[in-house]
Write a protein that binds this ligand. Structure first.
Ligand code: A3P
Length: 405
């Protein structure tokens, strides 16, 4: 028997266990109690394992509860319809629940309560690349790759995460307004240039007026197919992968739908192996460098932006066919500086709620420097990184700006 799905706000749910009414009720009316605990997972992330652990903690290690009572009765599924609804609705405090709900559907009352979530994030893969279920779905990625219609005057900022993506969004936003910061100061950065592969980005793009600027972290093989028959342009920003590793390590601690990075040593290995969001940096760069001679493709490094922002802005204008006076170019440069962006709440991600980015654990506009890896890598780690780098990049035959530093 084929499972039937229905869509609720862009996410697929199996009709046999979910209903729109129940989802609406849970999101808007369900009353979370302060002493509730919720196990929240993407399917197959270890939900039942965590249910067993919490049951044992609940019964002070006494196994008899686990032996006598099925786990779905000990810890009812919050979002699943059927007999479980009665269990959920009649459950007495202290309550333990399981849920696969994405954050945007989670009971609103949770966020003003003192209840706790035991969260386990597991990435899923789309055509071999890692994605977080907190921002993407198989469907949103399939839409981005196969259905999304690129327009000839679109511009795409493409990067591996932490390469200077938002810096480039700010620069292009300012180019659009000839350096006037009003737009940057009044519209959140993610609405100015939505990520066209993310679930949220796909709902935000409806309001974008041409000329459209989109952002993407997609690797070359799964980028929008319609781009390759269009006249649209791509600006690809790269950064020293050692600094990306450091930046991503700190950022992963703040973002609730990213996997906990663990220790620096663990994350270091995960990064080199590509066991991180968007998988391997090496594959990303090597994939996109196949486009390097295409006239609609322009690449630049974070390090070049740092060393000569004005000269970089002029090059970007040349590529886009945009003419700015000297004074307007100065405005773009000044208004896209690290300091200005850090102070602008529309660009520094401080507007996102605590359950998306935990601002107590760091700042999105962290340091904004080149070479911070020197403050984090041991001599041995640096040598190991260099060996892997040489091996993985040897076929590319390109020397990057950061290799001299
Ligand atoms: P650090 O964590 O090293 O500080 P992305 O936008 O791709 O997520 O990249 C984020 C990184 O770019 C962060 O690096 C951030 O501080 C840095 N960044 C953002 N805007 C910048 C700017 N105007 N100047 C310099 N660095 C900037």
């Amino acid at each position: 028997m084929d499972t039937e799905y229905f869509q609720h706000k862009g996410i697929n749910f199996a009709s046999v266990i979910y209903s729109k009414e129940r989802l609406e009720y849970l999101e808007n009316e369900f009353q979370v109690l302060d002493d509730d605990v919720y196990i929240v997972t993407f399917p197959k992330s270890g939900t039942n394992w965590m249910m067993e652990i919490l049951s044992l903690i609940h019964s002070n290690g006494d196994i008899s509860w686990c032996h006598k009572v099925p786990n779905y009765i000990r810890i009812p599924w919050l979002d699943v319809c059927g007999p479980g609804v009665k269990l959920v609705d009649e459950y007495q405090s202290p309550r333990l629940f399981s849920s696969h709900l994405p954050i945007q559907f989670f009971p609103k009352s949770f966020f003003s309560s003192k209840a706790k979530i035991q969260m386990s994030v597991k990435y899923f893969t789309y055509k071999g690349v890692n994605f977080s279920p907190g921002s993407y779905s198989q469907e949103s990625l399939n839409i981005a790759e196969n259905e999304f219609q690129v327009q000839d005057n679109d511009v795409y900022i493409v990067t591996y995460p932490k390469s200077g993506t938002n810096w480039m969004i700010e620069i292009l936003s300012l180019l659009r307004t000839y350096g006037n910061p009003t737009w940057c100061n009044s519209v959140p950065i993610w609405l100015r240039s939505p990520w066209f592969e993310s679930v949220e980005g796909q709902s935000q793009m409806i309001d974008i007026t041409p000329p459209r600027v989109f952002t993407s972290h997609l690797p070359f093989p799964i980028f929008a197919k319609s781009f390759f028959t269009s006249k649209a342009k791509i600006i690809y920003v790269m950064r020293n992968p050692k600094d990306i590793l450091v930046s991503l390590f700190h950022f992963s601690k703040m973002v609730c739908h990213y996997k906990d990075p663990g220790s620096f040593e663990e994350f270091f290995e995960d990064f080199l192996q590509g066991n991180v969001l968007y998988s391997s940096w090496f594959d990303h760069v090597k994939g996109w460098m196949q486009m390097k001679t295409n006239k609609n493709f322009f690449y630049i490094t974070y390090e070049e932006l740092h060393q000569d922002l004005r000269g970089s802005v002029v090059k970007i204008c040349d590529f886009l066919g945009k003419e700015l006076h000297e004074a307007q170019t100065d405005l773009v440069v000044n208004n896209s500086s690290f300091k200005t962006m850090k102070e602008n709440k529309m660009s520094n991600y401080s507007l996102l709620p605590q359950d998306r980015i935990d601002q107590t654990k760091g700042s999105f506009m962290r340091k904004g420097i080149t070479g911070d890896w020197k403050n984090h890598f041991t001599v041995a780690q640096n040598e190991y990184f260099d060996t892997v780098y040489q091996e993985k990049m040897k076929d590319l035959n390109m020397k990057f700006f950061w290799e001299d530093s």
